[in-house]
Write a protein that binds this ligand. Structure first.
Ligand SMILES: [Fe+2]
Length: 349
């Protein structure tokens, strides 16, 4: 196995992705380097199996609660249906927790089966407002990907170059998030907005530390892109100014790896200190399809499995309590000011 330096990323060559031992080593490289390119593909089942060697599969809390019908009622039916369309795209895999496709292909009913929209996607990371342990994504190009790009920006290197004042500052800051209606892409359709909202910022004022780390202890910033509200204890104006100051130091060509996709390639990437974006436009009818798996690395780094709480209003909130908070908010939005009516509808649902 050979590790080649790319621009703030690495390429791993001569690795047999069907060999478990080699894949374990690859997981350690991913924890240290954050963005790892392998010029190979495997079956989607094997992509799932590789992540399973590394740790538990990951599913956003609200997607899990709605998908498992622990939250039910008319106010969740749309999300449940849309999650079902996405899940059906990987029906050919026996166990598929954490698996999805990034695509705009439609199923027989004309519903999109991919997670995202057409068009471009601004800088983001998966489930960015959740306080959680290290999560990693494997993105494997299946077909129609040639000519499209994904960019990756790991913040570990720029974090190292921050001056002492900034280091002290960022180490103390807590990021507060608010769903912004879906500005990460102008082209999200409503059903996808709902999926993205309940993946990213399901509840107003969710919190997480600005400084985060990978399972192997590489520090960087969970840089607040879209859905950023403010830093705790700072006005929004001051927060936006400070974020712009940080972004000036991070958004530099030397920190950005641009991947020009061909089919049958795999990019593995961290989600806690790394942003990614899709600068190329994907149009309706394009067949561009990638397979995507998300997991933790807790089998390689014990103790780094899924957290059992989120951070809200300065305290730890258990997942069940958090799901109940989101449910109450969703009911209010969906049924307006008629809670009695709502519960009747729920009973009959
Ligand atoms: Fe993404």
């Amino acid at each position: 196995m050979e590790v080649l330096a790319l621009n703030n990323a690495v390429e791993v060559q001569d690795v047999d992705l069907n060999d478990d031992k080699a894949c374990l080593e690859l997981g350690h490289i991913l924890a240290d380097k954050s963005v790892v390119f392998v010029d190979q593909s495997v079956t989607e089942q094997r992509l799932f199996d590789i992540h399973s060697l590394w740790g538990a599969p990951c599913k956003a809390i609200l997607h899990r609660y709605v998908g498992e019908q622990r939250l039910t009622g008319r106010h969740w039916r749309g999300l449940l249906l849309n999650l079902g369309y996405i899940s059906s795209a990987v029906d050919h895999i026996a166990e598929k927790a954490g698996m999805s496709r990034v695509s705009y292909q439609r199923n027989a009913k004309g519903k999109p089966t991919g997670v995202f929209t057409n068009g471009e996607l601004d800088w983001h990371s998966d489930q960015q407002s959740y306080h959680d342990n290290h999560r990693v994504v494997g993105l494997m190009s299946l077909w129609g990907c040639e000519g499209s790009q994904t960019t990756f920006l790991c913040t570990a290197a720029p974090y190292e170059t921050l001056n002492q004042d900034d280091v002290t500052m960022v180490n103390e800051l807590t990021t507060v998030w608010n769903w912004d209606g879906g500005t990460m892409s102008a082209d999200l359709i409503d059903s996808q907005k709902e999926i993205v909202r309940y993946n990213m910022v399901p509840y107003p004022e969710m919190e997480c530390a600005l400084v985060d780390q990978t399972a192997s202890g590489v520090k960087g910033l969970r840089f607040p892109s879209h859905c950023f509200s403010h830093f705790k204890g700072m006005s929004r104006k001051e927060s936006l100014k400070y974020r712009a100051h940080l972004w000036d130091q991070i958004n530099k060509p030397e920190y950005i790896y641009t991947h020009n996709w061909k089919d049958n390639q795999t990019m593995f990437m961290d989600q806690n200190i790394t942003l990614h974006a899709r600068p190329t436009n994907v149009k309706d009818g394009d067949s561009r399809t990638l397979s995507r798996m998300i997991s933790y690395l807790d089998k390689l780094y014990p103790g780094n499995g899924p957290a059992d709480h989120v951070l809200y209003d300065g305290r730890k909130v258990g997942h069940a309590e958090f799901a109940a908070m989101v449910d109450a908010q969703r009911r209010k939005e969906y049924f307006g000011d008629a809670p009695l009516n709502a519960s009747k509808i729920l009973e009959s649902a």
